[in-house]
Structures are given as structure tokens and as C-alpha cells.
Design a protein around this ligand. Sequence first.
Ligand SMILES: C[S@@+](CC[C@H](N)C(=O)[O-])C[C@H]1O[C@@H](n2cnc3c(N)ncnc32)[C@H](O)[C@@H]1O
Length: 427
Amino acid sequence: MEPLSPWTTKKEVSEPKISINIAESDPSEWVLEGVPISAQLKLFDDVSFAYELKLAKMELSRFYNDLDTFRERTAYFEEIDGRKTHHYYISGIRGKGQIGHTNQYLTHWFYPYKAKFHPQMIKALINYIGLKEGDVLLDPFVGSGTALIEAKTIGVDSIGIDINPVCTLQSKVKCDLLELSPEDLRSVPRNKAFYFFDRRRKTLQNLEKFVVNVSESRQELTLDERVYDFYLLCYLYALSDYTYIKKSMWWAFNDNLDAILRTVGKFDDLKKKLDIKLGKVEIKEGDARKLDLPDKSVDGIVTSPPYSIAVDYIKNDLHALEYLKINPGSLRPEMVGLRGNGDERVRLYYEDMKKSFEEMYRVMKDSAYCVVVIGDVTYDRKRLDIKDNFIAFAKQVGFSCVDVIRRPILGGFARLRYEYVIIFQKT
Ligand SMILES: C[S@@+](CC[C@H](N)C(=O)[O-])C[C@H]1O[C@@H](n2cnc3c(N)ncnc32)[C@H](O)[C@@H]1O
């Protein structure tokens, strides 16, 4: 792994000019300050938070001498020398609930999931930690698959692991969709797919059979496992809309399906137009405390462990777990952050996170970077020092802490004020 670029280190960076008033001037002035290039770079108009400007500068620090590649990989720049970047086109494939160029674009929106990463931020971090085409990124708490989708669109291979099968399913489908075309998905008539999965919801006996003999059941609908998983997720999405917002199942199924077909069609065209080379993805159910991966096998980690007690991930997925015949009672004791109550819960959370840091360190190649995103959480009306504890655990296992970036959380979870992006290196 190469050392970090010269002008992000304290020695060679000229500090941002105090005279620049970011509110009144173009923030690019600060981002480009000290960068040895003469090209014209334009940030997206909505890049304005200090953490975004810092990330823009950090990703640029990796590519300032290869702006052609940077145009394909950048997350925060809209134009380089008058030419639009890939992120401009990719984030232009808009999804439900999208804000600017930061979230919910491409397949990110496809399934409701709380506590997702901001994909734009993750892309910049993957750039900063120096992962190249063919390198392997790991997210051991993969959740809804955000990091894997971002890695895939810039040709970086990835492995995603989660203890919750609803998470591995959604991550897999959202990555598979980037490889598929609308025609592949239309190979199964939508009403046939809907009634196939609905029949199983209505008959417990069939549901039993469906789960026990999944491969036989899959062939009743399609031979393509990716198309089967897609329609299963589409059905579970409709079930979620029905359970939580009382939409009609058939209406929700169609509405989501129409929208995702548009997304898939647009990306299918875009990847041909821009010649986007997609990274490979491997997703498995597993435990971040006991990773089923060889020592020194991954080139970098970007992950976000459960925010202690802030989100009950199981509660959000009860409808889907029930459908898939997975007992939430057997999942809960395996989930980091959901074991025990009161002070015991905090103690167990830290114990589990220590094991996770040991495992992340073990599977990473020497000098590789590990980025951990974590919120500050209040539990029993006490603010937990999660960031400082994580840094201490990571140092105990051998990581050095390279940087900490603070990001404000607006709206959403009132209990979280800030999120911290902690960058470690295996030394
Ligand atoms: C904060 S979320 C990750 C969100 C993800 N970054 C995204 O953008 O969607 C944390 C995830 O950790 C998973 N998790 C909890 N305990 C785990 C364990 N022991 N091993 C692996 N994953 C676990 C949860 O199921 C949840 O999906």
C-alpha cells in the first residue's frame, strides 16, 4: 500500500487560507488549495459541509496525477476540465427518497433499511484508502450493501458479511441488479412472481416446503437464481410497505418494480456508454467476530458496526424474517449491540467489538486501511464514548489511527448528533 499523498500530511499541506469565507466563496478554492494541478475541477453544487470538503480533498490526493481515472472514480467532483464525471451520471439515476448526489441513487434505494451509509462518502473513502481495480474490499457488517455497490461501480471487488439473512439478501440483489438488464428481469411475468411468493405467505405448510427445499421451489419460477432473489426481495419490499405503511401489497409490488426496472434500464445503458467495468461481489451470512476468511486476504475495509443500542435491526426486519421462517429469537444473541440489557449490554457490545477489531486486523493485508463509521450514542441517558473506545480497541490489536472525520447527523435519529469516520491502518 502506498503512503498517503504528500499534501494531506501535516508537513507539506499549506493550511486552508483563513481569508477564505466558505459561505461566500466557491468551496473548491479550499479543496484545491495546495494541489499541484492546473486542470479545472468543479465540485457538485451541494458539496458544502466541512467533512465533504475534506473528503473531496482526500480522494483527490490519491488521483491528482491521473485525472482520467479520477473522472471515473470521484464522488465529490461533477466536472474535470469541462467533462462530466461518472458520479454525475451514476447519481443521476435517481431513486426514491434521493437527496442531491449523496444517497439513494442507483440501486441504493431498493429496500427500506435504516442506518445506511451515505454512498457518496463511501466512494470517496474507497478512493482515499487506495483500492484499485481487482483489489478486495471487505465490509464485515454489510447491512444493505452500500459499500459493495460503490466498490462494484468502480471495478473494486468486494466481500460482504452480515449475520442477518435479510441483509445478505438485499445486498446481493442490489449488487446483482447492476449486472442485469430489464429483459433478464422481465423473463418472469410479474403477476406470476407475485402470486408465487404470495401463495407461500398464505400457506404455512407451503412456506415450510419453500424454505426447506429452496432450490426445487426456485425452479418452479425461474432457473436464474439472481432473478429469483430479485423477485423475492421485491415481494418482501411490498410486504414491508404493507406492514408499516398499509399500502396494498399488489400496488406496492408494481410500483417498486416499475421504478427499479427504470433504474436497471438506465444503468444498463450507462455502463455501455461509459464502459464501466464492474467489480466482483461475494456476499455471505456470517459473524464479524469470527470471520470465515484467511489471514491477510483483503486489501481494505470500510464498515459500520451496529450503533450500540441506537437501532434494533431485528425489529425492522420482523416481517421479512417471519416470511423466511427465521426465528428472531435465535438471531438476537448473535447480533452485536443487542445482547443483554442495561450496563451489561454496553459491556457485551464492547466485548463483541474488540473481537471484531481483532478479526478485521487478522484478515487485512499489511499496511492496508480500515475505515470504521460509528455514531455517538446515548444509552440510559448517558453518552457513550464509542469513538474513543473503538480507537483504544483498534490500537490494542495493532492498528494505528490515521484520521478522524466528524459528520453531523441532521434529522433522522434524534439520539445521534454526530457520526465519526475513523481511519485506521494495519501497521
Ligand atoms: C450499521 S449496520 C450496517 C449498515 C451498512 N453500512 C449500510 O450501509 O447498509 C450494522 C449491521 O451489522 C449487522 N450485524 C450485527 N451483528 C453482527 C455480527 N455479529 N456479524 C455480522 N454482522 C452483524 C446488522 O445485521 C446490521 O446489518
